[in-house]
Design a protein around this ligand. Structure first.
Ligand SMILES: [Fe+2]
Ligand SMILES: [Fe+2]
Length: 140
């Protein structure tokens, strides 16, 4: 199967927050999720590893983003931080489930779940602080 047939997350300029560290982490998370989508049976070792690594990347990113949002004085920083905790919890569940059965499929069945939580983070949560980030970065 070619990668065109796989469910992948494509980076679009709209995901850009303007903050280099956060954007690099966002890209890394997408790349890791895409590794799961691209690899799979018969050799699922890369996908398995990616699936185990994703929760850690997500946790690390949440901590970094919380810090940046506190620094720029984002009013909803606390509420936003809770979404990171939730996302990490969901990532751990997906990853744990994954060990059991999903990698025996040609395309890991956890892929839609990863896409869901990652796009929710970008489109529903992180876009909320984007305009403040732009203001702060312009004012440097
Ligand atoms: Fe976030
Ligand atoms: Fe983020």
């Amino acid at each position: 199967m070619t990668t065109e047939n796989r469910e992948l997350i494509h980076w679009i300029p709209g995901f850009e927050t303007g903050h280099p560290e956060l954007d690099a982490q966002h890209r890394e998370i997408i790349e890791k999720a895409n590794e799961i989508a691209i690899s799979g049976a018969p050799d699922s070792s890369i996908a398995m590893r990616a699936c185990q690594e994703l929760p850690l990347l997500i946790e690390k990113h949440g901590i970094a983003e919380d810090k940046v949002l506190a620094e720029i004085g984002y009013a909803d920083a606390e509420q936003h931080s809770r979404t990171h905790t939730d996302m990490f919890g969901q990532a751990c569940s997906i990853s744990k489930e994954c060990d059991k059965s999903c990698m025996t499929q040609a395309t890991a069945t956890c892929v839609p779940d990863w896409i869901n939580i990652i796009l929710d983070h970008f489109l529903r949560q992180d876009l909320l602080f984007k305009s403040l980030m732009e203001e702060r970065l312009d004012g440097r």
